[in-house]
Design a protein around this ligand. Structure first.
Ligand SMILES: [Zn+2]
Length: 189
């Protein structure tokens, strides 16, 4: 396969084709050729650098002569990385599902906890609107309409509440959800 002294058919990165290439003396580009190379701190991985010149485009490039065991290690490492990537993608999918499940679980636990408090004290009906832990908008809107306790709130229908100032669909939804959490509901619900 040799074409000239120390030359060979090689892949030329400039032509992006296999070409006849010749080996160049080290001095031509001022970088060492045919010398063992390694990265600082990684002396165990060594390769032999060759400078080549493509006889078609006449441009120079470097190749590395590797120990075959090292190449085999690279192949094994490449396969291991592919497996890790595959499992990481799988984990991400499961993690997202787990996270959604956790949100649902937390929400359920909140309801359970609220119900437990309700059973313990049975005083939610007497609770002030301001103690029901609703949004500022909902709390203000109800208080402005003179609805001061949970039991007063429960005497109203959803339709009536929608007539209050600053009280829209999302606020109604919030109020219904909060009441449900403490075992109460609006009139007509
Ligand atoms: Zn070339």
């Amino acid at each position: 396969m040799q074409t000239s002294q120390d030359g060979a058919r090689l892949y030329c990165p400039h032509c992006e084709q296999v070409r006849d290439c010749e080996a160049m003396p080290a001095t031509e580009v001022g970088r060492p050729s045919r010398q063992p190379c390694y990265r600082k701190g990684h002396q165990e991985l060594q390769w032999l650098r060759h400078e080549r010149r493509c006889q078609t485009c006449n441009r120079a490039f470097f190749t590395a002569e590797l120990d075959e065991d090292f190449l085999r290690e690279l192949v094994v490492l490449h396969m291991a990385l592919a497996r890790i990537k595959y499992h990481a993608e799988d984990f991400t999918k499961e993690w997202n599902a787990g996270s959604a499940a956790l949100v649902r679980l937390t929400r359920s636990l909140k309801v359970v906890r609220a119900l437990a408090i309700y059973q313990d004290t049975d005083d939610f009906k007497d609770r002030a609107i301001s103690d029901l832990e609703m949004s500022v908008r909902a709390t203000n809107s109800l208080q402005a309409a003179g609805i001061m306790t949970a039991s007063e709130l429960c005497n109203h229908t959803g339709y009536e509440l929608l007539g209050l100032r600053n009280f829209g669909d999302s606020t109604l939804h919030e109020v219904r959800q909060r009441l449900a959490e403490i075992g109460l509901r609006l009139r007509g619900d």
